[in-house]
Design a protein around this ligand. Structure first.
Ligand code: DP6
Length: 331
């Protein structure tokens, strides 16, 4: 109910627009440098804290929507028809339900992602952001990117950030209807800024970020300190981006990810996304730094790591982490 109210508040009479036959859009994936972990409203995906991410440029998801004469929607992810009962399909269909202009309105949803699904990046942020933008195209909303951010958030919190390129801050906001919980881009362009995806485990995560953050908020004695930590880290990271202080950025982002994982490890029962290879790779990162190669890591709700480094170190990184997939968000 709260979700449809939010949609009505954002779209108003545009909900009655006449659909076109097709719609399509692209949205980049994003990696948080200061993490979103915990909600103050689970239905509207309103976060406990603000967060900050980097969008991955040409790495993301494209969604094509087509109105079909059929009894149900059809979801195709990377060329494979998805069961309507799968977790992702359920979330997606519930999201689409918010916008159907009439009964018997069915769509074929074709999502193609060019980032490894195993990176745990494919289905959530880029997916929901590209679907929101494709719906805007199909249903002819003509709305501002900030409004797309508010709508994408209703599908997945981190999707609020994926409607923008570059560095993006998602403001937590304080309103109970969420109208001020919206992402906004930072102005800094940093062409040398690189990420490396280190895929260590192809299997799907055991517990979704959605469930894991709820469990952490409910049971971790460390969680009460998380908002304070985020406020400090966010200020440092924003400052580091503005002044292009890569050391400050890397150290703070790595510490922020570690703090997030520490809060989960103290949940009851604990949540631990790291495997032995995650820990080994962290050690490799620390050893590389000790040897003068400036590289940092961040980690989300899975065992894989994302490396942060500057373009000048690309060769060193390729040598140290041969399987790492390099992304230059600004190129
Ligand atoms: C660890 O956005 O996937 O990646 O809002 O429930 O869909 P929902 O959660 P989701 O959580 C992302 C968590 C994270 C950190 C981040 O991206 O900020």
């Amino acid at each position: 109910v709260k979700k449809s109210d939010a949609v009505r508040q954002i779209l108003g009479t545009r909900l009655d627009n006449t659909p076109r036959a097709t719609g399509s859009a692209y949205a980049p994936a994003n990696i948080a440098l200061c993490k979103y972990w915990g909600k103050r409203d689970a239905e509207l995906n309103l976060p406990q804290t603000s967060s900050l991410s980097i969008s991955l440029g040409k790495r993301g998801a494209t969604t094509e929507l087509k109105i079909i004469e059929a009894p149900t929607d059809q979801i195709i992810l990377n060329g494979k028809l998805l069961e309507a009962s799968s977790g992702f399909s359920q979330r997606l269909l519930q999201f689409i339900n918010l916008f159907r202009p009439r009964q018997n309105f069915c769509v074929a949803i074709n999502i193609n992602s060019n980032i490894p699904i195993a990176a745990g990046l494919a289905s959530s942020a880029a997916g929901f952001a590209s679907i929101t933008k494709a719906l805007a195209d199909l249903l002819d909303w003509k709305i501002h990117t900030s409004e797309l951010s508010l709508l994408a958030r209703l599908g997945s919190g981190s999707a609020a950030r994926s409607v923008w390129d570059g560095f993006v801050e998602w403001h937590a906001g304080s309103r109970s209807d969420g109208m001020d919980s919206v992402a906004e881009p930072l102005l800094t362009i940093w062409p040398e800024f690189c990420l490396g995806l280190v895929i260590l485990d192809e299997t799907e995560k055991k517990i979704s970020s959605r469930d894991a953050m709820q469990h952490t908020v409910a049971t971790s004695p460390l969680y009460s300190d998380w908002p304070r930590q985020v406020a400090l880290d966010l200020a440092l990271i924003k400052d580091a981006i503005t002044t292009k202080n890569f050391t400050l950025l890397g150290l703070t982002a790595e510490a922020n990810a570690s703090a997030m994982h520490a809060t989960m490890q103290h949940a009851v029962p604990p949540i631990n996304y790291s495997t032995a290879s995650t820990t080994d790779t962290m050690k490799k990162v620390w050893n590389a730094r000790a040897a003068g190669v400036e590289v940092y890591f961040t980690q989300d709700a899975g065992p894989n790591l994302k490396l942060l480094f500057l373009a000048g170190n690309t060769e060193n990184i390729t040598q140290l982490f041969p399987a790492c997939e390099i992304i230059q968000p600004f190129c």
